[in-house]
Design a protein around this ligand. Structure first.
Ligand SMILES: [Zn+2]
Length: 214
């Protein structure tokens, strides 16, 4: 099952130009089996997304992209987002205690919102967004190198704010995922693989070889 793990919808992400129904249509046309909405500091779309998901018979998972004092992270499986800004380790513990999963978003993207070399420390992470659609390849590969060093799963997401970006990168899971709890378990299982869209099909990133080449 191929899921774009990182998409912004305009109701709660004010820098996005897309509404949910159009994202679903684009996702279907690209061959995505599902999408994640990860709005900035918000999972407010969850209720509406559940309704649209049922009406359109298409899996939509609502997580969030949270800005800690240091960087952006993606979180999944947490209904109640923290009410205040936190440092990375505190947010990581918050998410863990509630059974969710935390992913370092675009760790080396040059926007001062990446975790950078903190991914190499012992901070608890459920995975690393090794392929982010708004980050140059060499910086994505640096993130993959960190994930290999930590033996963490590498995920892919478009970080789309515009329709033409939806599904550029995504994540392939071996089984079917029908709810957020299953998505969290699938990430924790560590079997996810990053994929990229090319001429109508998704291909797996052979990032181990690419990291070796840099
Ligand atoms: Zn984002």
């Amino acid at each position: 099952m191929i899921i774009d793990m990182h998409i912004h919808e305009k109701t709660f992400s004010f820098d996005s130009f897309m509404q949910l129904e159009d994202i679903v249509e684009k996702g279907k046309s690209r061959g995505l089996d599902g999408i994640c909405i990860t709005d900035h500091e918000s999972n407010g779309l969850a209720g509406y997304a559940k309704k649209v998901s049922q009406e359109l018979a298409y899996p939509i998972f609502v997580g969030a992209e949270i800005l800690t004092y240091e960087c952006d992270v993606l979180i999944f499986g947490i209904d109640e987002l923290p009410a205040r800004q936190m440092h990375g380790p505190e947010l990581s513990a918050y998410v863990q205690q509630r059974g969710g999963v935390i992913i370092s978003a675009h760790p080396y993207r040059k926007n001062n919102r990446g975790m950078e070399d903190t991914i190499l420390t012992d901070i608890h992470l459920g995975g690393i967004e090794g392929f982010n659609g708004s980050t140059p390849l060499e910086l994505n590969l640096k993130a993959c190198e960190g994930a290999l060093y930590r033996d963490l799963p590498v995920l892919g997401g478009s970080d789309a704010h515009r329709l033409d970006r939806v599904g550029r990168y995504a994540t392939k899971f071996p089984g079917q995922i029908t709810c957020m709890a299953e998505l969290v378990e699938a990430i924790k299982a560590g079997t996810a693989k990053p994929v990229y869209y090319e001429r109508g099909v998704y291909r797996e990133f052979q990032y181990e070889a690419l990291v070796d080449a840099i």
